[in-house]
Design a protein. Structure first.
Length: 401
């Protein structure tokens, strides 16, 4: 029988409940695994036996580049997930063609990360790791980071340069307990170009460690640390801001920096990080997100003075929900806004700007009934995040025998 060649096997969002080998076989029957370059399984729920069937198929997928296993364990018991995860990850350990693995939106918690370790350590070919909303916690995050560190050390021992380029690990409650482990792993690889770790509860000590670790990655282009904490007003600790101000010149190719909701300023003082940017630390910056950081007029004045010199490549600047309102500093905001507009970019300084964007881009139809407020995407995301965190916390309390 001639096998059908298919490069992209995509079952996303079909809400399939795959428990057994018999459930999987019709999905892969007649396909040539050697031609497969991408597999997407998200939006389905996959049990142990079904995972083994997929794993046996993937072991023959010698051209596989993308393994998308996001959101595949909904409704599964915590006792099922480690073995199912082990089958899938072990099938990819020797896959030299692999570029990206995505395990996001699987609330397996810190107790279920061990099955990933052999893959993360042995496969030194993949470039992109996506782990968002998994409930890792500090311990689970440290385990993942330590595996990446070992991978970097093994590559060095073999006289090879690391292939790791992108790490996305948001909404995982990593906290300070794992930040130093991630910093050490990043420094050991030295090859990161894109690092996104938003909403992880990382505070000053951990933020400082990350700055020091990432300073060893000279090719860094994108950083997203939204909703972590850089300063502490009660203790007067500004170590996180100082560390990042010092690290900025280490990344000459940095073009996107998201530090919104990071408490960059305690009492309205100008953060050293803003001063560094205004003095030319990041001459290729195109996107800068600084929402909700207690910034005041002096910070905006620095940005305005630099907008046509050291920030001449900047196109997108987000400053909403800071301490100084647009009406209180029209001159600086006008200077910044006019310069960005001339470049085809935009300054966002309040909610009205966002509403105008939605209207101009063809926002969704108004679904509000009389007296009922339609849930915004932000509210929906908050509900989902809280549910996922609660589930992850519960899973972490379960002792697997």
């Amino acid at each position: 029988m001639t096998l059908r060649k298919l490069t992209n096997l995509d079952f996303r969002g079909r809400q399939l409940k795959l428990d057994t080998r018999a459930n999987v076989e019709p999905l892969i029957a007649g396909l040539d695994p050697t031609s497969l370059e991408e597999i997407h399984l998200g939006g389905n729920t996959i049990g142990v036996e079904a995972s083994l069937a997929f794993a046996e198929f993937l072991e023959k997928a010698t051209s596989l580049k993308v393994a998308d296993f996001a959101d595949i364990f909904t409704g599964r018991l915590i006792t099922e997930i480690p073995l199912a995860l082990s089958y899938l990850c072990d099938a990819l350990k020797d896959r030299t063609s692999l570029v990206e693995i995505n395990l996001s939106d699987n609330a397996f918690g810190g107790r279920s990360v061990d099955p990933m370790v052999p893959f993360l350590t042995a496969n030194r070919n993949f470039q992109i790791l996506k782990l968002t909303n998994n409930g890792l916690g500090p311990a689970g995050g440290a385990t993942i980071a330590d595996a990446l560190l070992k991978s970097a050390q093994l590559s060095k021992d073999e006289g090879k340069k690391s292939n790791l380029r992108v790490v996305i690990c948001g909404r995982n409650r990593l906290e300070n307990g794992s930040a130093s482990h991630w910093a050490e792993a990043f420094a050991a690889h030295g090859t990161l170009v894109d690092v996104r770790m938003p909403q992880n509860g990382i505070r000053m000590e951990g933020i400082t460690a990350l700055a020091e670790g990432l300073s060893q990655c000279p090719d860094l282009e994108t950083v997203d640390l939204q909703d972590n904490t850089f300063t502490d007003s009660e203790e007067g600790d500004v170590s996180g801001v100082k560390a990042w101000a010092k690290a900025l010149p280490s990344w000459p190719n940095l073009h996107t920096l998201n530090l919104s909701d990071c408490v960059l300023s305690n009492d309205g003082e100008v953060p050293e990080l803003i001063t560094a940017l205004a003095k030319g630390s990041s001459l290729k910056l195109t996107t800068l997100q600084l929402q909700n950081n207690n910034l005041q007029k002096d910070s905006f004045e620095l940005l305005a003075n630099a907008i046509s010199t050291h920030l001449s490549t900047l196109k997108i600047l987000e400053l909403q929900w800071n301490d100084t309102m647009p009406d209180d500093d029209e001159e600086n905001f006008d200077t910044i806004g006019s310069a960005l507009k001339a470049r085809g970019g935009k300054l966002t300084i309040d909610d009205e700007d966002e509403e105008e964007d939605e209207e101009g881009e063809g926002a969704e139809e108004d679904v509000e009934a009389e007296g009922v407020e339609a849930p915004t995407e932000e509210k929906k995301a908050t509900v989902v995040d809280k549910a996922a965190d609660a589930l992850a916390d519960l899973m972490n309390k379960v002792n697997i025998g």
